[in-house]
Design a protein around this ligand. Sequence first.
Ligand code: SF4
Ligand code: SF4
Length: 56
Amino acid sequence: MAIAIEKDVCIGCGACVGACPVSIIEVEDVAIITDEASCIECGSCVDACPVSAITL
Ligand code: SF4
Ligand code: SF4
């Protein structure tokens, strides 16, 4: 499994940034994963995203 953010769907709201317990998401225009290897696949960002742009 791998975390993936659909850039055409993301609205850049930042909800996933605060939801991530290991702080690996940043928002520029859209959300990006800064350190994919550190993702613990907890699913918090998936649950936090209002437009379902993130998949695990
Ligand atoms: S699944 Fe969890 S650890 Fe991985 S990016 Fe999302 S919130 Fe962060
Ligand atoms: S919560 Fe969803 S829409 Fe908001 S910045 Fe994160 S990926 Fe984009």
